[in-house]
Design a protein around this ligand. Structure first.
Ligand code: NAI
Length: 328
């Protein structure tokens, strides 16, 4: 039998954790033939609830699940990790300034990055979900100098999926008929969902839509503010859809993108499209042989350029802020 893949999940007792763990254990993260061992990281107050979730995981009798370990010590939880989903983060509370938020999260993601550096398996792949995801990923990456930087990624797949769904509704096709959509920049309100290279049933999406005002005034804000709309409607932030996007992100990373399509992920910039090197920014990416690659050579029009620049500018400001705080 195959050795199980060690999957570490932080914030395991939170609402995304609850929506995520059962899908990982059922084989949806890596594939139907891949056994998994779960490592759950929580803060001390979250351990009891994590144990409850572990009891329920046991009660599912998942054939692929080869063990569950729970810890409040990152050095234990990341031991031998092949995949790490960093979900637990410090949320912004009322009156909290951005600097305070970055500092509080630095206190989480810097030690976790170091623990990954010191204890994870050589093939470790990291997805940061906890917000501010891009900059938290940057902090963790900077704390892991022995791990190739490209192994640290941030989640914009939920934004990507939201955009797919909105565009499918507008154009009257199934989501499966939409290809090559892109989320650029930061996973924040400045993110830019780009349809100019996308295809709707084989035709250029921007031409099918043929309505720049809808793009600017409806599509982009609907995608960018969807998180707030979910909170307003549900009384709680998106959890199942966020967990689903995390599953999609890692599944794509490990198993690859389809020919003729790409997806969106926050990956370390190599300077492509004028995004300063080292920033963890969302790009159009393909995946093959367990590696993401930024899609090259796309023409960026004026409409897109200003929006990409605005979001990237925000990422640069966040990087400056965490540099000032000594977090990177
Ligand atoms: P939650 O508050 O329900 O759960 C967070 C869990 O993390 C809690 O159980 C908490 O005890 C735990 N935690 C806190 N600090 C920790 C640490 N240092 N180590 C281990 N665990 C720790 O929050 P929820 O709804 O599960 O969301 C988690 C994060 O995901 C939030 O930061 C949220 O903003 C973010 N998010 C990101 C999305 C994206 O698209 N990138 C989409 C939706 C949410």
């Amino acid at each position: 039998t195959r050795t199980p893949v060690n999957v570490t999940v932080t914030g395991a007792a939170g609402q995304i954790g609850y929506a995520l763990l059962f899908r990982i254990a059922s084989g949806q993260l890596l594939g139907p033939d891949v056994p998994v061992a779960l490592r759950l990281l929580e803060i001390p107050q979250g351990l009891k609830a994590a144990e409850g979730t572990a009891m329920e995981l046991d009660d599912c009798a998942f054939p692929l699940l080869r063990g569950i370990d729970i810890s409040d010590d990152p050095n234990v939880a990341f031991e031998g990790a092949n995949v790490a989903l960093l979900v637990g983060a410090r949320p912004r509370t009322k009156g909290m300034e951005r600097g305070d938020l970055l500092e509080a999260n630095g206190g989480i993601f810097k030690p976790q990055g170091k623990a990954i550096n010191d204890h994870a398996a050589d093939d470790i792949k990291v997805l940061v979900v906890g917000n501010p995801a891009n900059t938290n990923a940057l902090i963790a990456q900077a704390a892991a100098p022995d791990v190739p930087a490209e192994r640290f990624t941030a989640m914009t797949r939920l934004d990507h999926n939201r955009a797919l769904s909105q565009l499918a509704k507008k154009t009257g096709v199934q989501v499966s008929e939409i290809k090559k959509l892109t989320i650029w920049g930061n996973h924040s309100a400045t993110q830019y969902p780009d349809v100019f290279h996308a295809e709707v049933a084989g035709k250029n999406a921007a031409e099918v839509v043929n309505d720049e005002q809808w793009l600017a005034d409806t599509f982009i804000p609907t995608v960018a503010k969807r998180g707030a709309a979910i909170i307003e409607a549900r009384g709680a932030s998106s959890a199942a859809s966020a967990a689903n996007a995390a599953i999609d992100h890692v599944h794509t990373w490990v198993n690859g993108t389809d020919t003729g399509d790409w997806t969106s992920a926050g990956v370390v910039s190599d300077g492509s499209y004028g995004v300063p090197e080292g920033l963890i920014s969302s790009f159009p990416v393909t995946a093959k042989d367990g590696r993401f690659e930024i899609v090259q050579g796309l023409d960026i029009n004026e409409f897109s350029r200003t929006r990409i620049d605005t979001s990237v500018q925000e990422l640069e400001e966040e990087r400056e802020a965490v540099r000032g705080l000594g977090l990177i």
